[in-house]
Structure formats: C-alpha cells, structure tokens
Design a protein around this ligand. Structure first.
Ligand code: NAD
Length: 971
C-alpha cells in the first residue's frame, strides 16, 4: 500500500515536471492555424466532422476538378454546415472561381493536412522530414502506407517497396541521419498476402513468411530492426504466430532486435504478453514490444457487434488506460526478455512508466517512448529534455493510401477521449490529467436480449478451437458417406428402390448419400397423412408451435459443425459459406417463431360498445415446399418452418442435388418431437413428383425457391383449378436474378474490388444474389479492371474442404457445361479480361471476366449462375441506371460511390428488391435485410421479413354482437 502511494506520488511529480515544461500546443491543434481551426470545428460539431472526414477520404480519388467542386458543394453547402464554411464555399462560386482554382486550393489544403501526419510521399520525399527528426535526435520507425492488397501482384509490389526502403534506410538516410538508436521499419502482415485469413491458418502463415523472409534477410544484413504492427483483432493471433515462427528460424536468430506491437485496448493482451515473454525466455531471445492503446476501437466495436461475436476491446477508455499501466509494469519488470517501447501521448501513462522505471532502478536506455509523426511534438521534446529515447512512428506514402491513416489520426485528435484534445484544446487541469485511471463503477452491461431476435453468429475461425472442430467434423462426415436415407411420411421411414445419388462436386466419384426417391404413390400417402395431421396441428397453440422451432434451432446449433461439413461435401460450399448457411437456417427458426407469437395473438379492431371485432390469422392448410440446392439448409428451413409454425402441414421436396442436407433438416425436426405428419419428406424428381404435388387439388399453397423458368411453370400449373379443389393455390415463388453493381468514379476502389470479388465469385457465383454485371461510370474502368483481374487471379480455387479455398466447384456436370457455354458466348460478345484455367478433378471452373459486352447481350441479360462476370461502361450515373434496370429480373443490386446525390438517385431509381450501398451484395441477414425480389425475380414478400408469415395464413375477421337484451359487458 505504501509503495503504491509513493508510486502515485512519483507519477505526479514526474508528470508535473513534464506538464510544466510543455510550452507549445502541437501544430495540428493550434487554433491560430487554419488546421487547428478545422479541428476545433470538428470537435464542436459531430455532423460536420463526419462530412469533413468523408470528404477527405474521397478527395484523392477524384480525378477531375469539376468533381472536386461538385463534391465540395454536396458535402458542405447545406444548412447544417458551419456558416463560415458554407459562406466561403458559396463565395468561391459567386466570385466565379474556376473549378481548377478551387480544386487546387482544396487539394493543397488537404495535402498540407496530410503532410502534418505523413512524412512524405515516398522515402526520397520523406528524406528532409526524417533528417529533421534526426537533427532533433529522434529515432524513427518507418511504415509504408498502402492500399488494401487485393492481389498477389499488389502484395509483391509491397514487398519490393519494403526492400527498397530497407536499402534506402541504410544508404541515403543512414548517412545523413544517425540517432544512435538504430533504424526501424514497421510492417503489417496483411500487406504481404492477399488471401490472408486465419481460417486458412497454415497457408496464411506459410505464404506471409515467404513474403517477409527477403525483407528480414535484408534488414538483418543492413542492421535494421523490424516491428510487426498489430491490425484488427481478427488477425491478432496470426500476426503473433507469423512473428514468432519467423524469429524461430535459424537464419533470423541473429536478427537485430525485432518487435511486435500489442494493443492495450484488447482484453486478451495481458495473456498474449505473458506468453510472449515466456517464449522469449525459452528461446533466449529478446524482442521489442511496442505497447499501444490501439487505433481500431470503433471498428472492433462495430464489426464484432455486427457479427455477434464478443467485443474484444474494453468499452471504457479508463479500462484501457489501466490495462496499459498493468502491461507497462509487466514489460518493465521483464526487460531481460523484452525491450519496452511505450507508445503513447498520454502524460499519465508516460509518467507511470517513468515512475515505475525509477522504482525498478532501470536505466533510461532500458526502454523507449514512441510517438506518432505530427502529433504531440511538445511532449516528445519534454521527454527528450529528461533524456529519454523517443522514437517517432513515421508513415510514408501517397495521398490515396494515406487517407485511411490520416482519417484515423484526425479521429484520434478530435475524439472526446483523446488525451491530446483534453490537454491541449480543452486545457484540462493537471489534476485531472494525472489521475489514475478509474475502474468503472458498473460492470459492462451487455444489451439484454430479453427474448428479442438476434442473428446467429457465424463461427469465428480465427479461434483455433473452431478450426479444429471443423476439421474433425469433415473427417467424421466421411464415415457417413454412401449411407441410404429414407422418405419420411407420417412418422414412418420408407426406403424405395429408386434413389437419388448425391455426389461430391469436388470429387464426383464420392457418394455423399443415397436418398430414396418419392413418386406419385408416396406423394398421395404424404398428402393423406398431412390431411390427417392438419386437424390437430392447426388447433395447436401458436406459442407451442413456435416452441418446436426454437427447439429445432437449439439442436441445429449443437450440430453446426456436422451440418456445415455436410454442405461442404454435398454442394461444394467453403467453410465460411457452409457455416453461414447453417447460421441462416437457425435465424429463420428463431425469427419465425417470434413472428408467430406476434401474429398469433388476436387483434381487437375498433372500440365499439356492444360489438367485438377480432382479427385473426388461420393456417391455409397443406403446403408444398420446393427448394433449391444452393442454400440447401437455410432456404429449406425458412420455407418449411414458416409453413408449419403458421399451423399448416408441409410436404417438403428438396433439390435433387442436396437431398442429404434436406433429410437432415427433417431428422432434426423429428428429433425435436414435431408431431407425425406435420412435416413430410418427399425427395424426388421436380418434373414428376414436384409437379404432381403442385397440381394436386388438395394442396393449398406452394412455397418455391428456384429458377425463373421452373417458377413460372409452377405458377401456370398451380393456376389451373382441378376437380375437388377447394382453394385457389397461394404461390410464393422466389426466383432468379441478374444482379448488377454500379461503381462510380468516387468509389473506394479497395472496397469496390473486394465487394465485387466476393459478390461475383463467392460460392462460384451460384447465389441468387450474386453479382454478374458490373457497370463502371467514368474513366476508372481501366484501373478497376486491372485490380479486379489481379484479385481474381489470386484467389484460391480448389476443394472447399481445404480451409484456404475461396472458390470450389460448381454444383454438377450440367452446371459446368452450362457455365462453360456462357464463357464461349462471352468470348464473342465481349472482350476477354480473364478466363482462368483450373486443373482439378471435379466440376471446377475458373472465373471469367468480360468487358464491353453490350447491355443487351446474352451474358449481360441471362442468369448464368456461375463465375462469369460482364463489366460494362457507362458515361454517367443515368446511363448506368438505365443499363442496370435493363433486365426483367429485380433481385439485388449494389452501388459503390461516395457522392451523396448519386447515392440518393440510386436509392430512388435502382429497381431491385435488395439494394446494398458500399458493401457486397450477397449475404442478406434474416431480420436485418429481409430478402427477395420482384419483376421476374419472384412473387411474394421478403424471406426473413415482417410480412413473410402472413403469406402462409388466411386473415379472418370475427365480429360478435355482445349486446344481449340491452346489456353489454363494459371494458
Ligand atoms: P431449379 O428451378 O432448377 O430447382 C428448384 C427446385 O424446383 C428443385 O427442388 C427442383 O427439383 C424443383 N423443380 C424443378 N422442376 C420442377 C417442376 N416442373 N415442378 C416442381 N418442381 C420442380 O433451381 P436450382 O437450380 O435448384 O436453384 C438455382 C435457382 O434458384 C437460380 O435461378 C437462383 O437464382 C434461384 N434462387 C433464388 C433465390 C431467391 O431467393 N430469389 C434463392 C436461391 C436460389
């Protein structure tokens, strides 16, 4: 206790010394300069800050002066902009400033803002800034900024830039700048391998190491240290693994002190640090640990919440600060194994490190401080005055790649919790600044679920336990191959002579299962059984019916790995896609059960004494569910569960290409005690048993998802009234799409390329929402196509049971033949950008990209359902929309743009059921993005939305006269 008090005392003393020796405000926050003024407005006005940062983000990609002026107006001239800025922009227009002059002024201003935080465009350009740092006796670590790496080519380019940098540091900079503390470079592993993903742990480690070895070799030769930066949490364990495994290699044993950054905002970091120290001890190594607070806080909170994963960061800034101190202590107590680099601008955190070092009698050389280029200059001077080593983290890079970094710095400077803001702008009193970080009084309160619907989280494959379970499930599933599966009618299993043989599309000699084949006779039995079961089932309380769904959801959750493994083999989905399909199936069960509880309560209409008007929903009767193979569990589960929870009995016919997954769904319902006859399993031929059911007079509704031609045929056949038929059949038909993404010249190309690759090539383009047309506005098409091609060449194609696979096989021989046919058509209709050959056994086919196909050509009009993409050019957004709306389908569509008026126009005029802005167009989530189209893409309300269940029920209104002999019960 005593020592704690005296430590606090020391912290205050040292803090006060530093505080009182600070005379200046950092230039970035100096309100006498225009830059500081802008920062000040951003701090005062949140909305202005958002616009400003968004404008800065888009600016470098604007190719023409006219566009800069237009966006300047769009972002800043409405009523919410601070008057002074609005006035200035309006004045510029009034005075007839030419766009060229305005654009130049704007560009120069943002460049000088960037210059504040970025040392130079490239190492040569940064030479003067670095020399200036050297003169001040500051060490530095150089980080090369870059765009998101989407292809092997871009990763190689990055590697070369780093190799040049190392040479440059020893050469020109080495000669002119030598601070005695050694040069350091900082790098991020995601820049060196375009397919980096912990799902493919071994592949990612191997490829990244391969790319980094030449850099480490050169660094070793030239005596330059290397620090591995930490990025998003998803890459954290992978980064540590790559770092350690490289350093364990013989040739890098003698590498000059190298290091890794650890983030104090992560709850895991203490454990990681202790493990790292243990490892250094065991290997007799000494490594630098750059302790930072963490720069991706907002991202981690948003993304992990979106995914339904635990948020890995402390939600309270004080907790991060407290953790920072705890980690500093561990570092300073272990300087035999780690060389601490305390990276912060916070006087309290700095003073804590200094006081503790003093207590531990550590010499000043035992650790160093690190600060960011362009921030907190007065602080670093204060530290130098007390003879501490200070290293500046100096990013180097062009404006486009620099923007993400710049915006992060601006956010940091202007955020409410920023220490710099509190000390230099708000001038908080010293007492407040030096206070020990407090633990929050209340424990972190998670949002109460209280029964509300939440999407089922996908598996986090950055966790080794999930990767291991998936690998085990895949192994176990092989023992299930070639089994026979029966029909399931009225609770009885029926094995038939005829079978559907389900094959593994990656290795068609492997039989996943043999599923009995229903015919007319079995269809009649199923209808008869359903008719009997229906009497009781429709009377079952909606809540009870909903509970069957919830039990089924719980069971599916238990069997998640097993079901995903089955999909990987049966329909060629990758690990992530298969897992997402199971999550979506669980979502439907959870969502529709809650919907039924909502709709199951009778509504009382109006308020009239003596009369009671009740509005209720009754089941329709007996329905047929006909499903496709491409989301073999999710779509089937959605349609089946909606049908039965609404009180109907359902006959389920799965696709002939995914009958084993279909069987599993019925088996799980049955395990959960669903009464016999409520759900009948009747696989068989679509044309025969499917059509027989559709046309049967006892069928009341049909829920179909599949292709347009089959859907239209079903609508026609079901429309005919047959003898004995009691109801006009209700049809819910979700059909195909020919989905387009529009990209304009203000798009973030990193995001656009990634979004198109995922939307067009994910699951080999076999999603109904897949992108098969891209319409590019303006003159960015060349750059876009180049990057897209590079990315498509880099993705991994192979058996999806391999975790690194991005593209597996198409589903069967027919699909392969059909898609290859379209590739031939594409060669005639457009200009070949890429036709990637693949040599695998199985139904594999590489991506094919064609440019300049006319909008009315076949590859731009017909649903291909394979990895074939038509890229077209439009002169402006009007033409782009015209092309986009030119098909009869209206399912999903997307836009990548950072122009507000374009976003608005596309929202108003793009005729699709699901529109996505600045993100991929696949992966709709139940409850969040109810899914479904119109036009030739379907009839019916959106799956996973609030209107869906209504289609499975008849609304009934019951009016009762409650007045008896002049007496009415009063409320
Ligand atoms: P498909 O139309 O070939 O088959 C769908 C189902 O219909 C299968 O179960 C099949 O056996 C059955 N069927 C075939 N002929 C039939 C007939 N005459 N009568 C009754 N049933 C019959 O489609 P698919 O190849 O399984 O799936 C791919 C198609 O589904 C694509 O067009 C895709 O866009 C579409 N799809 C749409 C959505 C959506 O929500 N809009 C979702 C997934 C898939």
């Amino acid at each position: 206790m005593d020592s704690e008090l005296s430590l606090e005392k020391k912290i205050r003393e040292l803090g006060l010394d530093i505080y009182s020796s600070i005379r200046e405000v950092p230039p970035a926050l100096d309100t006498r300069r225009w830059m500081g003024k802008i920062m000040e407005w951003s701090m005062k006005d949140k909305d202005f800050k958002t616009r400003l940062f968004r404008f800065i983000d888009v600016l470098p990609s604007l190719k023409t002066d006219e566009l800069i002026v237009r966006l300047l107006h769009e972002y800043f001239t409405d009523v919410d902009t601070p008057k002074i800025i609005r006035g200035a922009i309006e004045r510029i227009s009034r005075q007839g400033f030419l766009p060229k002059m305005t654009a130049t002024l704007v560009r120069k201003s943002v460049e000088s803002l960037a210059r504040q935080f970025i040392a130079g465009k490239d190492p040569e350009d940064a030479l003067n800034s670095l020399a200036a740092l050297g003169k001040e006796n500051l060490a530095f670590s150089i980080d090369l900024l870059g765009e998101t790496v989407v292809s092997d080519k871009e990763a190689r380019n990055y590697q070369e830039r780093y190799l040049d940098l190392v040479g440059f540091l020893r050469g020109e900079i080495g000669e002119s700048v030598d601070t005695g503390s050694g040069h350091d470079i900082s790098l991020k592993i995601s820049s060196f391998y375009s397919q980096l993903d912990p799902v493919d742990w071994f592949g990612s480690v191997k490829q990244t190491k391969e790319a980094l070895r030449p850099i480490l070799r050169k660094a070793k030769e030239l005596c330059i240290s290397v620090t591995f930066d930490m990025e998003h949490y998803y890459y954290k364990d992978l980064t540590i693994a790559v770092f350690q495994s490289l350093l364990e290699e013989n040739e890098f044993e003698a590498l000059p002190l190298s290091g890794i950054a650890l983030q104090a905002y992560l709850k895991d970091t203490k454990e990681d640090l202790l493990r790292l120290i243990g490892w250094a001890k065991e290997k007799s190594r000494r490594v630098t640990v750059r302790l930072v607070k963490g720069a991706y806080w907002d991202y981690e909170v948003v993304i992990n919440r979106q995914k339904g994963w635990p948020v890995p960061v402390f939600l309270n800034k004080e907790e991060t600060d407290r953790n920072f101190e705890e980690l500093t202590k561990i570092l300073l107590e272990n300087t035999r194994f780690v060389s601490p680099a305390i990276a912060t601008h916070n006087i309290r955190s700095i003073s804590y490190a200094l006081a503790l070092a003093d207590f531990l009698s550590l010499p000043k050389e035992a650790f160093e401080f690190q600060m960011l280029y362009g921030m907190a200059e007065p602080l670093r001077e204060a530290l130098q005055r007390i003879r501490c080593t200070v290293r500046v983290y100096a990013p180097v890079g062009g404006l486009i790649p620099g923007m993400a970094y710049l915006v992060r710095r601006l956010l940091e400077n202007t955020s409410n919790e920023s220490f710099l803001r509190r000390s230099f702008v708000e001038k908080s009193p010293f007492e407040e600044l030096i206070q020990a970080p407090q633990t929050p009084q209340k424990a972190e309160v998670g949002r109460s679920l209280s029964g509300a619907f939440r999407n089922e989280p996908d598996l986090d494959f950055s966790l080794s336990k999930n990767r291991e379970k998936m690998a085990d499930a895949l192994k176990d599933m092989r023992n299930e191959f070639n089994k026979r599966y029966p029909l399931f009618i009225s609770g009885g299993e029926i094995l038939t002579d005829g079978e559907t043989v389900s094959l593994n599309p990656s290795a068609p000699h492997e039989v996943i299962g043999r599923v009995s084949f229903g015919q007319k006779k079995e269809a009649e039995e199923a209808i008869e059984g359903a008719t009997k079961a229906c009497k009781e089932w429709r009377r079952t309380d909606p809540k009870e019916r909903a509970e069957y769904l919830l039990r089924t959801a719980a069971k599916m959750r238990q069997k998640k790995f097993e079901l995903a493994a089955l999909e990987i083999y049966e329909v060629g989905k990758t690990w992530k896609d298969a897992d997402a399909d199971v999550s979506e199936a669980i979502d439907y069960l959870e969502f529709y059960s809650r919907e039924m509880i909502r709709l199951g309560k009778p509504k009382i209409l109006g308020d009239y004494p003596g009369e009671e008007n009740e509005y209720v929903y009754n089941p329709r009767g007996i329905g047929v569910v006909i499903s496709p193979w491409n989301f073999p569990l999710a779509i089937s589960t959605g349609m089946v569960s909606a049908g039965i929870v609404a009180g109907n009995c359902v006959i389920f016919k799965p696709s002939g290409l995914s009958p084993v997954t279909g069987y599993k769904l019925v088996e799980i319902f049955s395990l959960c005690g669903l009464p016999h006859g409520v759900l009948q399993f009747l696989p068989g031929s679509g044309e025969e048993v499917g059509e027989y059911l559709v046309s049967h007079p006892k069928i009341d509704f049909i829920a179909f998802t599949g292709s347009r031609d089959v859907g239209l045929r079903i609508i026609r056949v079901a429309g005919e009234t047959r003898k004995g038929q009691r109801s006009v059949k209700k049809i819910i038909a979700e059909m195909g799409g020919k989905n387009a993404i529009i990209i304009d010249e203000t798009a973030d190309l990193d995001e656009a390329v990634k979004g198109v690759i995922e939307s067009a090539l994910g699951y080999q383009g076999q999603k109904c929402s897949a992108c098969s047309r891209v319409i590019v506005v303006g003159d960015i098409i060349k750059v876009f196509l180049n990057r897209l091609k590079g990315a498509a060449e880099s993705i991994q194609i192979g058996p999806p049971e391999e975790p690194g696979t991005f593209m597996g096989p198409v589903v069967d021989k027919e699909a392969l033949k059909k898609t290859k046919g379209y590739v031939e058509i594409g060669k005639n209709e457009g200009k070949e950008v890429l036709i990637r050959a693949v040599q695998e056994e199985g139904y594999f086919l590489g991506p094919a990209i064609f440019a300049d196909a006319p909008p009315e050509s076949r590859i731009a009009q017909e649903e291909i359902f394979g990895p074939v993409l038509a890229v077209m050019k439009a002169k402006d957004i009007e033409e782009a929309l015209e092309i986009a709306n030119m098909t009869s389908y209206s399912l999903s569509g997307g836009l990548f743009s950072r122009t507000p008026s374009v976003i608005k126009k596309v929202k108003d005029e793009f005729r699709v059921g699901n529109l996505y802005i600045n993100r991929k167009i696949t992966g709709a989530l139940v409850g969040r993005q109810p899914f479904g189209g119109f036009g030739m893409s379907g009839v019916g309300s959106k799956a996973g939305g609030p209107d869906y269940l209504l289609q499975f029920m008849n609304p009934v209104c019951i009016s009762e006269n409650t007045l008896r002999r002049g007496f009415a019960p009063l409320e």
